[in-house]
Design a protein around this ligand. Sequence first.
Ligand code: PRP
Length: 207
Amino acid sequence: MLDVAIQKGRIGEDVYAILEKAGYGCADILSPSRKLVFEDEEHGVRYFWVRPSDVAIYVERGAADVGIAGSDVLAESRPNVYELLDLGVGKCRICVAAKSGFADPGGVLRVATKFTQIAKAYYAKRSREIDVIHLYGSIELAPLLGLSDVIVDLVETGNTLRENGLEVVETISDVSARLIANKISYKFKHAELTKLVSAVSERLGDA
Ligand code: PRP
């Protein structure tokens, strides 16, 4: 039995569709319910629906053998896991954004973000001193209210930025969903994981 941590929500459902096509379907998993664990003995798989930011914790600590997490979350939390595959879904970018026409005055830059580690690493490389303001959501509000000079946040369609009079200043990195594995599971369930990776890779080729 393979234990798989998968994120709740639209990206998780897209990922599940790939896994199902690859032969890892699970009865009733998409039925509306508050249930968090779904098991399918025939396909040898047990899924856990978890919060996107928690997937890597379950995998790192071995509560799940594998999981699917965004590369944004992985870059932020740097879990001790193996990254096996880029699933090519959940694509977006991590960007620096500011009010349209923002002119950087220099000095300490106030940066609002949920990705504090990514922001710190990005500006450290540029030897720029920053004041990091950790927010949990609606990051775009910060420059509008004068809480920060810029934000570091996810941009998918760009609609949220546009509708709030903000624009991308720089792209830090591209983001997509990655298949990750627990390091001990990778050793002791090597055959199952190799089979999973090759079945999923084949389905990705189809897309
Ligand atoms: C994310 C992200 C941006 C938005 C980007 O927020 O933080 O706000 O989506 O998408 P877009 O470029 O297509 O507009 P989310 O909806 O997850 O909510 P949050 O603000 O609470 O983080």
